[in-house]
Design a binder for this molecule. Structure first.
Ligand SMILES: Cc1cc2nc3c(=O)[nH]c(=O)nc-3n(C[C@H](O)[C@H](O)[C@H](O)COP(=O)(O)OP(=O)(O)OC[C@H]3O[C@@H](n4cnc5c(N)ncnc54)[C@H](O)[C@@H]3O)c2cc1C
Length: 381
């Protein structure tokens, strides 16, 4: 039976990033992907600069547009903010091309790709685990679960569900030329257009990626389809020439029952690493893939050491940032009245801060509750 150092389940950005890092250091690595690449992935395709600037290879061929400024609008306050940077704040990609490029770069380093097959069983034995897919059986010393929000691998390895799952809809639409010209000049976020969430309009080469998402768990559901239709009206779109709609979930809080079980390491959406406030998940998917792979490489294939290293690496930056993000998202989406009082006076500063986070120049403020209290006092009195 064929044996690998590392088997990665999922050929999205997290899996491809892990594969690239592992193969760069000489690990015998395989990616199992249930679809045939390139494949459509439900996603706005807005790739923020904090992810792009750390890419280990050029991704220009997969970038459809770049935005050096973004519009953030608060519908309830009729407030429009704009931020600008020297580098592209958001690069617009289509995930079929982008993910395929990432996997090809890993293949160039010797990674094997077994596509069109699902992982269906894991059998943990001593040093090696037997993996069964819908068409192959092989063994691996380490497994990385990069199989996205539903992560069947995490279920097979014994994880319970502890992430917060947020629903989102994505529509790839073609609109008349005049509307496209008008709307393709800016990447925009419209906060509060959806309760506890936002809507976005991300221009691609020849079409718009328009979406709506609710990013906080509430007892009452939200009719996202109706909010999407209302958003089109708000954008001034009266005619949609072509429309492909897709719905999916974004896990935007990290798991609370650990990120390694047996020899299975979780990364990306499988771990719940999307940003809790913005639900932007591509950059942390890529980053966590790199962390897991380098932990395995640096451990020299020693499981205990690799687990310890992954834990240390996650706790250095990513997990503290996500935990702060969870608190901030709670405040942002739940306390709309207070938040809007603050934004009236400090809106531009808040937008600049958020943009710095997108650029990877800053992290969420550790003392945001204190800051909010102080600013609120100043705003009210
Ligand atoms: C509507 C919507 C809009 C979004 N917009 C943005 C955005 O604009 N910007 C942003 O940064 N993030 C966005 N996100 C989040 C982003 O898409 C995810 O965070 C990101 O894709 C996570 O990457 P991943 O590699 O962890 O998982 P995925 O990209 O989901 O990749 C998982 C891969 O695993 C494969 N797989 C699954 N099960 C198996 C199996 N059993 N065997 C083998 N293979 C399997 C899948 O086919 C897939 O290719 C959005 C998400 C949604 C739902």
């Amino acid at each position: 039976m064929k044996t690998y150092d590392l088997a990665i389940i999922g050929g999205g950005p997290s899996g491809a990033s892990a594969a690239f890092e592992a193969a760069k250091s000489g690990l015998k690595t395989v990616i199992i992907e249930k679809e045939f690449l390139p494949r459509y992935k439900t996603c706005g395709g807005g790739f923020v600069f904090r992810g792009r600037k750390d890419m280990p290879f050029d991704i220009t061929s997969a970038v459809e547009r770049e935005f050096f400024d973004v519009d953030i609008r608060f519908e309830a306050k009729k407030m429009a903010l704009n931020t600008k940077r020297k580098h592209p704040i958001i690069s617009m990609i289509m995930r079929d091309e982008f993910d395929f490029l990432m996997v090809q770069k890993a293949q160039e380093l010797g990674v094997e790709l077994l596509q069109g097959q699902k992982l269906v069983a894991l059998d943990f034995k001593h040093q090696l685990t037997t993996l069964t897919t819908t068409s192959h059986t092989f063994q691996a010393k380490f497994i990385i679960a990069a199989d996205g929000a539903l992560s069947p691998t995490a279920k097979l390895a014994g994880w319970e569900e502890t992430r917060m799952m947020c629903p989102a809809l994505e529509y790839e639409i073609k609109v008349p030329d005049e509307d496209f010209r008008r709307l393709s000049t800016s990447a925009r976020f419209d906060i509060d257009v959806v309760p506890y969430g936002y809507a976005w309009s991300f221009p691609k080469k020849n079409h718009l990626s328009v979406g709506v998402g609710k990013f906080l768990k509430t007892k009452k559901g939200v009719d996202l389809k109706t909010h999407y239709k209302n958003y089109l009206t708000m954008l001034g779109i009266t005619e949609v020439l072509e429309e492909q709609g897709h719905g999916f979930i974004i896990p935007n809080t990290p798991r609370t029952d650990g990120f390694v079980k047996q020899n299975v390491f979780l990364i990306g959406d499988a771990a719940g690493f999307a940003d809790p406030l913005t639900a932007e998940g591509i950059s942390n998917a890529i980053y966590s893939g790199k962390l897991a792979a380098t932990s395995i490489v640096e451990s020299e294939l020693n499981l205990e050491k690799a687990i310890q290293l992954y834990d240390e690496k996650l706790n250095k930056k990513l997990l503290p940032e996500l935990r702060l993000g969870v608190k901030l998202a709670g405040f942002f989406y739940e306390n709309k009245t207070l938040r809007n009082i603050l934004l009236k006076k400090h809106g531009q500063r808040a937008a600049e801060y958020m943009t710095d986070i997108f650029m990877g120049d800053r992290t969420y403020p550790h003392d945001f509750r204190e800051k909010v209290k102080q600013k609120l006092k100043l705003s009210l009195f």
